[in-house]
Design a protein around this ligand. Sequence first.
Ligand code: SME
Length: 160
Amino acid sequence: MAEELILDTTLTKAEKYRQLLPQIEALTTGEPDLVANLANTAAALRQAFGFFWVGFYLVKNDELVLGPFQGPIACTRIRKGKGVCGSSWAQAQTLLVPDVEQFPGHIACSSESKSEIVVPILKDGQVVAVLDVDSDQLNDFDQDDQAALEQLMEQAASWF
Ligand code: SME
């Protein structure tokens, strides 16, 4: 496909996800390179929604290691159970954090990050990576984000 996203800014957030997800699927289908697919996914999400930070942490040697992302520089390694990302990994479930200050052990890569959603990618029942999306607004994520990003990460599992 052409390397250009179609993004209708008049749509609701849920509709934007419905417009975006098939485009990410088209962009990644047939591409076997994991880094290329993660990189374009992070870029597409940031381009569509203007999130403060969007990126992936990959499970490597029992740690999360920073992968492709869009946004300011970030923490490189996160241990299992630490921060929102490490907790999402340990619990193998999505964590939606309306106010990062209220999350015990939150890792502040940037003081500008105010709310966050982390979605694990499961391959054969094991977490292989997490998607982390940060906003500079409080309470910026809801069930629409969770449902769409979980659907997207089910698709992403096939890249591993
Ligand atoms: N806030 C995350 C760390 C990653 S950065 O936000 C990019 C956490 O608590 O795990």
